[in-house]
Write a protein of this length. Structure first.
Length: 170
């Protein structure tokens, strides 16, 4: 058994669980602060709000979960070059901050663009009025747009990894 690989995998699982719980809890709290308070929605009794929050949390979690492989690559490179745990932690925090910012931008831009295309309907007002079809469609739009931007998002994170330079012999 490869114990180094085993403990590395165990660390990744624990790190992913810890980061995932904190990220999703934080995202949910932000959603409650922004949407629920602005539109005076009771999160405990509005099914449409729960549907919308579920979709937004899925999109944020999906995009953030794609940051784990670039984070692992950055940690491997930093450790291979003799970097410390603190330097690895800096990359983890940096990548997670970029992930959160990009995920929220995707959600906000998704909602804004969808709102532009459906000018006659204020989606969040309809969510407040328990209009389930509007909540489902808006949630689907947010999820699908997060799926569309995934590859560009991962490429963005990969560009931030401190890969060693390759000498040019030509």
């Amino acid at each position: 058994m490869n114990t180094t690989l085993f403990f590395s995998a165990l660390l990744q699982i624990l790190l992913s669980l810890f980061i995932g719980v904190i990220l999703l809890y934080g995202a949910y709290q932000i959603l409650n602060q922004i949407i629920a308070r602005k539109y005076k929605i009771d999160p405990s009794s509005n099914i449409d709000y729960a549907i919308l929050c579920s979709g937004i949390l899925f999109a944020v979690g999906y995009l953030a979960s794609n940051a784990m492989i670039p984070i692992q690559n950055a940690i491997r490179i930093v450790q291979k070059d003799g970097g410390s745990f603190v330097e690895s932690a800096k990359y983890i925090i940096y990548f997670l901050l970029v992930s959160v910012v990009v995920a929220f931008l995707v959600v906000l831009i998704s909602l804004w663009l969808w709102g532009l295309l459906t000018r006659k309907i204020n989606e969040l007002d309809q969510v407040n009025k328990n209009n389930i079809p509007v909540a489902l469609i808006t949630t689907t739009i947010v999820i699908l747009l997060s799926l569309f931007v995934r590859d560009g998002f991962v490429m963005l994170l990969e560009s931030l990894i401190p890969y060693p330079s390759i000498p040019n012999y030509f």
